[in-house]
Design a protein around this ligand. Structure first.
Ligand code: MRU
Length: 347
């Protein structure tokens, strides 16, 4: 593929993030030089998407380690735990954030006899490994997902599960990119994804850069497009998947899954293993982030709802696994019964 976005890059002077709040109108970068700045960037969605916030979190820990200077080992560990807590509090739903922080903590535990300079190196290596593994994982998800897409198909997607949401190739969009690379003609319908428009701002931008035919829809248009027979398959990403296959993803995904079921259209979720939370029996226990009412009452900075109105603003919803045709992972496509098949996948 000629175009591959780089939303997260490590440089000597800090973590460089492509500012996703400004796309598609401006392509600007933000440099984070401390764990606190990384936590803020995740909270404010400079960087967003489950795998991407996990990668950024890992580098946030590295920045805390660097700032810890020549302190004693004990003080160094205390600084790292403080930074980890700060980053963990940035957003609650995508489990990749906590998964990456756990990996960073584990690496410290495994090297508990080492001094601070060695630990800094070890942490940096682990963050690089998380980024590199994500690159490979996304490629594999793409190849498995591409098997589901036929020449001439139209895929519908929601939010952004593309390169911007990962290290650069995506999960749901990886399937589209891989199918296209195999020479299949694929077009994509993109829900605009209110309130923050990750579909129209980010997914449409990425797909157009890659030269893929793209049509943006307001979220409430998905039903009619399906009824008119324009969509062959729905593929979305995920923020956290419980062990029974229930999947949290950007709010609106649940409605899309219901619509797909009503129209007999296969509904797939694409996600790496790091998005599974096998400690949760079902989706009921997935914490759902509530965001500022302003995201609903305003559009492009302009108030569109009356002052004083009540607002409900969950950032994610949970699609029950009974509505999911299959989950595309780097290890292959998992289908019902999800609990048994996922347990097998996770060994
Ligand atoms: O609030 P966001 O933009 O972080 O939400 C992102 C999504 O819901 C994505 O679909 C999900 O993280 C999967 S990214 C490969």
């Amino acid at each position: 593929m000629a175009f591959e976005v780089r939303p997260i890059e490590w440089r000597e002077d800090g973590l460089v993030l492509l500012d996703q709040r400004l796309l598609p109108n401006e392509v600007k970068h933000v440099v984070c030089r401390s764990a606190e700045e990384v936590a803020d960037a995740i909270r404010e969605m400079v960087v967003r998407g489950a795998p991407a916030i996990g990668i950024a979190a890992a580098y946030g820990v590295v920045l805390a380690a660097m700032a810890s200077g020549d302190k004693s080992r004990k003080e160094f560990i205390r600084d790292i735990s403080r930074a980890t807590e700060q980053i963990a509090s940035a957003r609650p739903t995508a489990v990749n954030l906590f998964w990456a922080l756990e990996r960073m903590k584990d690496v410290l535990t495994r090297n508990e006899t080492e001094n601070a300079p060695v630990l800094r190196e070890v942490l940096l290596r682990e963050a690089h490994a998380i980024l590199e593994e994500d690159r490979q994982t996304c490629r594999r998800i793409g190849l498995h997902g591409a098997e589901l897409i036929r020449d001439g198909d139209a895929v519908l997607t929601h939010c952004n599960a593309g390169g911007l949401a990962t290290s650069g190739y995506g999960t749901a969009l990886a399937a589209v990119f891989a199918a296209t690379e195999q020479g299949k003609r694929v077009q994509v319908y993109v829900d605009e994804t209110r309130p923050l428009l990750q579909g129209s701002r980010l997914t449409a931008w990425e797909l157009l850069q890659a030269g893929i035919e793209t049509t943006v829809l307001c979220d409430n248009m998905a039903g009619v497009v399906m009824k008119e027979g324009k969509v062959n398959i729905v593929i979305t990403g995920a923020d956290r998947i419980a062990r029974n296959g229930d999947t949290a993803n950007k709010v609106g995904t649940y409605s899309l899954a219901l619509l797909a079921r009503a129209h007999g259209i296969p509904f797939y979720v694409a996600a790496p293993k790091s998005t599974f939370d096998m400690s949760l029996e079902s989706g009921e226990r997935i914490p759902i982030e509530q965001r500022s009412p302003r995201e609903v009452t305003h559009f492009g900075g302009v108030r569109t709802a009356p002052e004083g109105v009540k607002v409900y603003c969950p950032a994610f919803d949970v699609t029950p696994s009974c509505l999911i045709t299959g989950i595309i992972t780097e290890k292959g496509i998992v289908r019902a019964p999800f609990e048994d098949n996922l347990r097998r996948l996770f060994g």
